[in-house]
Write a protein that binds this ligand. Sequence first.
Ligand code: PBG
Length: 431
Amino acid sequence: MPLLATRPRHLRALVLGDLALDVALAPSRPLQRGTDVPGAVRLHQGGSAANTARWLARLGTRTTLVCAVGRDGAGRALVAALRADGVLVRAVRPAGAPTARIGMLVDPATGERSFVADRGAADLLRPADLVAPLFVVDGKGRPEPIASMPGVSRLCIRDLVRECRALRKLGILAVALFPRIDPRLKDGEGSAALREDALVLRAVRAVKKAVPGLTVMTDIALDPYTAHGHDGVLTADGSDVDNDRTVGILASMAVLHAHAGVDLVAPSDMMDGRIGAIRRALDAAGREDTGIIAYTAKYASAYYGPFRDAVGSAKSAGTRSLDKRTYQLNPANRREAYTELKLDEAEGADIVMVKPAGLYLDIIRGLRFSTRKPIAAYQVSGEYSQIHAAARMGWLDLGDCRRESLIAIKRAGADMILTYFARDMAAELGA
Ligand code: PBG
């Protein structure tokens, strides 16, 4: 609300409803559609009447509302309530108006939009916004449940393909594959990452063949392959990752993945200069069409714990998770995200990512106004597991928290969300 309180004169457009999707998908687009009454506040149906009236009271009484009533007519009650409050309302019913209930306040001076109501989640979130991370293992065994991630299992390639088909049917357009390799293949150099017969490459080929319409992305980092669990190879004294040597290995890895048919390589390693090196390597290998989804603002988070169980990557002794603070961002640092953004854009990233998502909404929001690239946000394993854990205790409602956590990420400005909830959320939304 401080937006209103500090700059009341600028705030004349209140937009609810069917513009919400446009706004969420392309927040920098000027608001043209819908300003058919000069100086008016445009209101599509929805929001809580009381809430809206409160905002309007602060805007001043000369404000006119243009209120679009959706197909289900649910906006009528709001119109009536506002009129009863003395607000000038013009009700319209645009052809084909969806049942839209998202409300937002738009500051015409800056284009800044803030939501005033979060009802009608289904209008904001679509299955196509969701990317499903999937874990793959060798062999033909049954799915291996991951204890710290209820509902998530490591799948053999055959089951993985089946899962991908099911996801595609639910309207999900992309998956991110993570291998858990045989621990005997791990070494200090992560050399298994460069094997032509690597598990993840076989998985990619199988998925692309069986479900060609599905976008496949793969992680480019060495942690599933190194005995020590770091994302890169270490310096001679073992005190840190060797940035430049790691970048060379990652570039070769990206080329292998591209040749296997990956659509987007996803460097999650956070080495400096790796986006440019990977882009050059892909181009030199004739894979100009392979895109890069860069983990741009990846924070050194404690919330990756369950993921490291899932891929079986090493942890330091005891329960404390591996310290990756020399290459992942400091959670206290916001500005560095912008530096990383500039670098990744200049080096050729096609999509930029913020990770984790829910604790870093300010970063998503900040980058949203700083780039025209699509923004991906990764709701990481710990974010997923904590909701499940609380739900198991009977302390939180699983479905409601799942929905709200994802809406918040979308609202902040993410164009796509990697989430272990992808399947369940898509099933709830309906394709
Ligand atoms: C590895 C990688 C990690 C995740 C994705 N890629 C873990 C890490 O950096 O230690 C975490 C995803 C999650 O927690 O869901 N480079």
